[in-house]
Design a protein around this ligand. Structure first.
Ligand SMILES: NC(=O)c1ccc[n+]([C@@H]2O[C@H](COP(=O)([O-])OP(=O)(O)OC[C@H]3O[C@@H](n4cnc5c(N)ncnc54)[C@H](O)[C@@H]3O)[C@@H](O)[C@H]2O)c1
Length: 351
């Protein structure tokens, strides 16, 4: 272990799209990180990423990597089904973990991950990088300042007109746990819950559909594997919270709407706020007004860099990261309740 120094040794599990597109470049340039090993069940993928990022250790089994390398932290970048087993193995090997979203396939897996982190006394963070966007960080500061008053109504939109992942295993339910909701909607849901201060959800009523995914269709990301499409392409939900707040959520990978649209809209007793882009609206001096920032701290930052920096400094400073596992577990519980409610055709009670 090297956490007593200022350099941490990092191992990567999964050398696919998100590892190459975000974690490898972001961690490679961090001054306190040494990328020492990478594993992928496809040996060539691990080897080519290792060559590109000058990583000495190459493995096809992450357990071997955890055993043989002197790692401080692991970054889990596998399909969703392997998030829990790989994270738990890393935590049991005494490593801090940054695991890709969603946390897990279901709450039971998520709770096992959280238990493993608590038992090991290690950090478990989930890579909800939306929390590290400049507008979201600014939105959180506005909420914390009390400007909105009591937040009681929240609308969440994660709508793609067409944006079905055409690579990997994203359309297979037994590997990913679901489609548009667990993959894309989960980002905006997690961010909204964090901005609300993670109130306890008590009831979820939802519907999902699979109307466009099972046949060929137009998709700027290329034709997805419609023959293996076993997930939802659209979801809608109503969530009620113990503090009296409500949330309306809509998400899609493919839906016949005029354009793709992402936003979180929070309505409070003193003001309301749109997050994408950031705008605050309120009644003031007998007028209905709105303001938006002309500049925000960190607006040129790459959220992946901010996420990596937060994870590394949390380890070095012995503090919790911005995205904490118990919050991700709550997000997982709501996603799971959305699927259960849709299947049952009835509301699901939580808590
Ligand atoms: N935060 C984001 O915005 C974002 C974006 C894309 C993907 N993701 C998440 O990242 C994860 C991976 O997505 P991706 O797009 O990189 O998929 P991908 O299919 O491109 O890559 C996954 C890699 O994991 C490897 N793998 C599978 N099982 C493994 C195992 N047991 N051990 C080691 N390697 C294993 C595969 O061979 C593949 O190379 C998913 O959970 C996804 O939800 C997050």
């Amino acid at each position: 272990m090297t956490t007593s120094t200022t350099t941490i040794n990092v191992g990567i599990v999964g050398a696919g799209n998100i590892a190459r597109g975000r974690h490898l470049p972001c961690f490679k340039k961090h001054p306190n990180v040494r990328l020492v090993a990478i594993s992928d069940v496809v040996a060539d993928l691990a080897a080519s990423a290792a060559q590109e990022y000058e990583i000495p250790g190459i493995y096809t089994d992450y357990r071997d990597m955890f055993e043989k390398e002197h790692l401080d932290a692991a970054i889990i970048c596998t399909p969703n089904k392997f998030h829990a087993p790989a994270s738990i193995a890393a935590l049991e090997a005494g490593l801090h973990v940054l695991c890709e979203k969603p946390m897990a396939l279901d709450p039971a897996e998520g709770r096992a991950m959280l238990d493993a982190a608590n038992k090991a006394g290690k950090i478990l963070s989930i890579a909800f990088h939306y929390r590290h966007m400049a507008n979201v960080r600014a939105a959180r500061r506005i909420v914390d300042s009390g400007e909105l008053g009591d937040i009681y109504m929240v609308r969440v939109h994660a709508l793609r007109r067409r944006g079905v992942p055409s690579w990997g295993t994203f359309v297979q339910k037994h590997i990913q746990g679901g489609g548009a909701m667990i993959d894309f909607g989960v980002h905006l849901l997690d961010t909204a819950l964090w901005l609300m201060g993670n109130p306890q959800p008590v009831e979820v009523c939802a519907s999902i559909s699979q109307r466009l995914g099972k046949a060929p269709n137009v998709n700027p990301w290329g034709q997805w594997n419609y023959q293996e499409f076993t997930v939802e392409d659209q979801a809608a939900a109503f969530v009620r919270f113990a503090n009296g707040a409500s949330m309306l959520l809509e998400c899609s990978w493919a839906l016949n709407i005029p354009e793709s649209y992402e936003n979180i809209s929070l309505s409070g007793t003193d003001a309301g706020m749109e997050v994408f882009p950031l705008k605050v609206n309120k009644a003031h001096l007998d007028m209905l007004t709105s303001w938006k920032p002309d500049w925000m701290p960190g607006e040129r930052d790459n959220p992946g860099d901010v996420q990596a920096a937060d994870f590394v400094s949390a380890i070095l400073e012995g503090r919790q990261p911005v995205s904490q596992a118990h919050q991700a577990l709550q997000t997982t519980e709501i996603v799971d309740a959305i699927y259960r409610s849709a299947e049952a055709g009835a509301a699901i009670r939580l808590g």
